[in-house]
Every structure is written in C-alpha cells, then in structure tokens.
Ligand binder design. Structure first.
Ligand SMILES: [Fe+2]
Ligand SMILES: [Fe+2]
Length: 305
C-alpha cells in the first residue's frame, strides 16, 4: 500500500517540487542577526557571564523562542522519520533533502539571534537541547505514509503560526522580521504537504480520511517532548501565541476546508464514519477553545483588578 502510494504520488511531488523551487526565495540567516550587539561569554574567552537582566525579551517571549528553537533543533530525528517514510530517491529524495536544508536554517538563525542578543541563558539552552535531542522524535504512525503526510500538513501550519505570533509578541523588530521569514518557509512547506494530501484523497479517499481523523484527534506539537513542555505550552497559550482557539481556527479548520472534507462525495460508508468522528471532534475542540478563552479572560480580569 505504502510503496504503491509513494510511486503514485511521485509525479505530484515532482510538480510541487518545481512549484516550490519557483516560489521559495533565497534568504540568508546572517542578515537577521544584530552581530554588533554580540559579546564574549565567560569560560574559555573570559568574557561576561549571562545574567537575566541582559535579556530584553519578556519571560513568555523567551519561553516561546526556546520552544521554537528546540523544536527546530530536533531536525535530525525529523529527517530520519521522513527519509524513512518517503525514501531518498527521485523526486521524494530531492524534496526530503531540500526540506531538511531549509529547516536547518531555522535553528541556525534563531540560535544566532538569541545568543548574540543575550536573550536566553546559553548554558540552560545547551542543556535543554542535549536533553531534548537525546529523547529524539518518533511519528505516531511510522508505517503509514498517509498519516505522515497528514501530520506534516498540520504541523507545518502550526509551526508557521507559532513562529509568526512569537515574533509579534517579542516587541523586537529584528526578532519579528526573522520569525516572519521563517514562518514564510513553514507556509511553503505546508502548501507542499497539503497538496500531496489533496492528491492522496483522489487516489484513496477512505484511507486518507482515516489518516486525517487520526492525526487531528491525536495532534501534538512537534516539540511536545521538550522538558516541562506542559508548563511552557500553558504560558504560550495564555499569551495567545498558540492556544486551542488558534489551533482550531487557524490551523485545523483551514486545511479541512481547503480539502473540502465536509463536501466530499467520494467516501464509502467507512470513510463517512471517519468523517463523522472528525466532525464531532471539531465541535468539541471548538467548545474547549471557547472554554479556554473564557477562563483566560477571567484570569486576566482578576490580574488587572
Ligand atoms: Fe522550521
Ligand atoms: Fe517547516
């Protein structure tokens, strides 16, 4: 199934590769780092040690940037997963390597920015990276190409939004510009995968529906394995960088709409049952998002009083 599907999708990969090469604009991470603010650290070079007062970022901006960076840092594991799933030959292989190179740029750029501006504790950051990468990343459905394509479609859009909103709340023009640039990359990645997902629907509607149902119901951010992720995620949600409302309105729903999930007429009875489960979940997610917004507003009102 999986191998046949990979072969059937290869022409679609080829078309979308060409579209990607034509639309992706070359950019250079070094241009987004204010190197003149840089300074030696203590240790080997005997410079100044890091102290919290040196960071101009708010606590939550710092948390969010660290989560985004650690997420990008785990690239070797993601590469392993998608190279195993999609293979390294032909158009698939070209995409896997190109995607990896673009993602590699994100971690490089954010780290250079954070260290140059002394935005975060460099020792803590390195230790967090070691712990996080030590745990690795595994997809929930390693044997299913369809689940893989479905997951990355939503994941790329989720990271796009997370980067974009982190830049916005950073209150630092350089940081905002850098994260806009990264978010633009993530958007092109999302388009690539979403187009593959649309093509999968044409080839095998019921199986694609099932993969989407599973991925949406089980969705976790790619960085969910980061130490104390739960606490960090709450802080990020409270600041409106990434919360249930955003997840529902700006990530899951737009992709479901684009794929015309609710209007499809090519599903069998099983496919329809998967779609019903997905629809019920979306209603529940919407309700939970509203509940979260109300709770957040109440907490903020209490804080302001
Ligand atoms: Fe990225
Ligand atoms: Fe990406």
């Amino acid at each position: 199934m999986s191998l046949a599907l990979l072969r059937e999708l290869e022409p679609v990969v080829e078309t979308n590769l060409n579209r990607h090469f034509a639309t992706a604009k070359e950019w250079f991470p070094h241009e987004y780092v204010p190197w003149s603010q840089g300074e030696d650290f203590d240790g080997v070079l005997g410079g100044r040690a890091w102290e919290p007062g040196q960071s101009k970022l708010s606590d939550v901006a710092r948390t969010s940037l660290i989560v985004n960076l650690l997420t990008e840092d785990n690239l070797p594991s993601y590469h392993h997963e998608i190279a195993t799933m999609f293979g390294r030959d032909g158009a698939w292989g070209t995409w896997v390597h190109r995607w990896t190179a673009e993602e590699g740029r994100h971690g490089i750029a954010i780290r250079d920015y954070l260290l140059t501006t002394r935005a975060v504790d460099p020792v803590e950051l390195e230790r967090a990276r070691m712990t996080h990468m030590g745990a690795g990343f595994e997809t929930d459905h390693p044997d299913s190409t369809l689940h893989g394509i479905a997951y990355v479609s939503f994941q790329e859009l989720a990271t796009r939004v997370a980067h974009r909103n982190t830049g916005r709340i950073s209150e630092d023009l350089v940081c905002d510009q850098l994260l806009q640039k990264i978010a633009a990359d993530e958007n092109l990645h999302m388009l690539f995968y979403r187009n593959l997902l649309a093509a999968s629907f044409e080839l095998s509607p019921d199986d694609t529906m099932r993969a989407i149902r599973d991925v949406v119901l089980e969705f976790q951010m790619p960085g969910h394995g980061i130490e104390n992720f739960g606490r960090k995620a709450v802080q990020i949600a409270m600041a409106g960088i990434y919360d249930l409302r955003i997840h529902h309105d700006e990530v899951v729903l737009p992709i479901l709409r684009q794929l015309n999930i609710m209007g499809r007429e090519d599903l069998s009875g099983t496919g329809n049952a998967y779609r019903d489960e997905l629809a019920a979940f979306m209603t529940e997610l919407d309700r939970n998002a509203t509940r979260f917004e109300e709770r957040r507003a109440a907490i903020q009102a209490r804080r302001n009083a």
